[in-house]
Design a protein around this ligand. Structure first.
Ligand code: GDP
Ligand code: MG
Length: 432
């Protein structure tokens, strides 16, 4: 009977409060924002239909009010509509960049090489643009300024030969990025050269560089390149200068290619890995919705952090990362540790661990960002030479890296003891 009553209560709660007009109004706001960002009409319709359907049919979760419920759906559908980014793991890879002239290939080549170099990999670039005389110097200068390996041959007209020679010379590099020629339109000469380079280089990733400002033209352009050589990912450049990145986004979605990186300025540093959640917030840079989105994000991430899941699996640095994410929202670590039943664990917690401040947690995140997937999932392999590399990559000191590892070990033994069932359910206040 109690169950039935609960059901009734839930139904009343949802049916009486989900206001069709509210849904319509929010959906209209979303549509306007997306269209303004140049997302294509079909794509906008897909997203907004999905939102409307779910908002009107799904029950409101107990932790949300109606408006938040709708926003949560909006957020999830936008994330779905945008799709996941392309994750390029930190290991040996050849990357070939293609795109029209002026799209930002050469700049992106340097940016990407620096990005991987900062993460501790040996990165080099090859200039295979034999069409524009200045291309060689442009890339050489950038490479030299950032201490990135460079290969090119000013007197060689055969781009395919340059690539072959360059790859031979750069055999011991981890990441090699090949900058290719672009033209104003994709004519046969360029297509054939691209196909030939792709055949000879056999790149792990072929990335299409698209200028955010081209808006709706992105789709046709991306299709042509995709048909010619098969594209693995998209880099949207000049994301700083225009709010119209949505065109490139729609193109990527339509063809089913993930976005890998964003170029956000002329400087080599103005470059970031594509992050769908950040993209959604940026697309919807409207005060009200943004604040709600942030709240949703917090709740969603807390759902992610299931203490019991920690106990089941192998506790890795990934879990530390998640913990830190959650802690950042909950206050300093000392507060969290106070809530943990450490007294009974017979564990000694150092003072400096108690003093783990927000800044320290941020530092730990940078450090983990500089680790390879293997190191994250199996921290035992991190020896002193890896510690040095990670410290350099993350702009921290070996001491900091060691501190993180110590933190990880302590947390791991806490988890292990809890796993043995000594304490039953994890009594951390504030966790769901
Ligand atoms: P390519 O012809 O495809 O090799 O293009 P370039 O790399 O030479 O870039 C063309 C122009 O776009 C240059 O003036 C770059 O400085 C500029 N550029 C490239 N990427 C970005 C970006 O993310 N933001 C801005 N604002 N400008 C960019
Ligand atoms: Mg160029």
């Amino acid at each position: 009977a109690l169950e039935a009553l609960k059901d009734v209560v839930r139904k009343i709660k949802s049916s009486s409060s989900i206001d069709k007009y509210l849904v319509e109004e929010i959906v209209r706001d979303i549509q306007r924002a997306l269209l303004r960002a140049d997302v294509n009409v079909r794509h906008v319709k897909q997203i907004s239909d999905a939102i409307k359907k779910r908002a009107l049919s799904e029950d409101v979760l107990p932790t949300f009010n109606v408006r938040e419920h709708i926003i949560k759906i909006v957020y999830e559908e936008l994330m779905r509509g945008i799709g996941e980014g392309l994750d390029i793991p930190l290991k040996k890879a050849k990357i070939m960049l293609v795109g029209l002239q002026g799209s930002g290939k050469t700049t992106t080549t340097a940016k990407m090489a620096k990005y991987f170099k900062d993460k501790g990999l040996k990165a080099g670039v090859i200039t295979a643009d034999t069409w524009r005389p200045a291309a060689y110097d442009q890339l050489k200068q950038l490479a030299e300024a950032y201490d990135i390996g460079f290969y090119g041959d000013k007197n060689e007209k055969d781009a395919v030969k340059i690539v072959r020679d360059g790859l031979e010379k750069m055999k011991d590099y981890d990441i090699i990025i090949i900058d290719t020629a672009g033209r104003h339109a994709l004519e046969e000469g360029l297509i054939n050269e691209m196909i030939e380079i792709s055949r000879v280089a056999n790149p792990d990733y072929k990335l299409l560089v698209l200028d955010a400002a081209i808006g709706q033209l992105a789709s046709t352009q991306a299709k042509r390149f995709h048909d010619a050589i098969g594209i693995d990912g998209i880099v949207i450049t000049k994301f700083d200068g225009t709010a119209k990145g949505g065109g490139a986004l729609s193109a990527a979605r339509e063809i089913g290619i993930p976005i890998a990186f964003l170029g956000t300025g002329e400087k080599v540093e103005d470059f970031e890995k594509f992050d769908p959640a950040g993209f959604v917030s940026r697309l919807l840079g409207m005060g009200d919705i943004k604040a709600l989105l942030e709240k949703v994000e917090r709740v969603v991430q807390q759902e992610d952090l299931d203490p019991e899941a920690f106990l089941k699996g192998n506790f890795t640095l990934k879990d530390v990362y998640k913990q830190i994410e959650a802690m950042r929202k909950m206050g300093p670590v000392s507060k969290i540790i106070e809530m943990l039943p450490l007294g009974g664990l017979g564990l000694k917690i150092d003072d400096d661990m108690m003093e783990a401040t927000q800044e320290k947690m941020q530092k730990f995140k940078y450090i983990m960002d500089s680790m390879t997937e293997e190191e994250i999932t199996n921290p035992a392999i991190i020896d002193s030479s890896r510690i040095r590399r990670i410290a350099i990559g993350s702009g921290t000191s070996p001491q900091d890296v060691k501190e993180l590892l110590k933190y990880y070990k302590t947390m791991k033994s806490v988890m292990k003891k809890m796993k043995k069932g000594k304490f039953g359910k994890l009594p951390i206040k504030g966790f769901p």
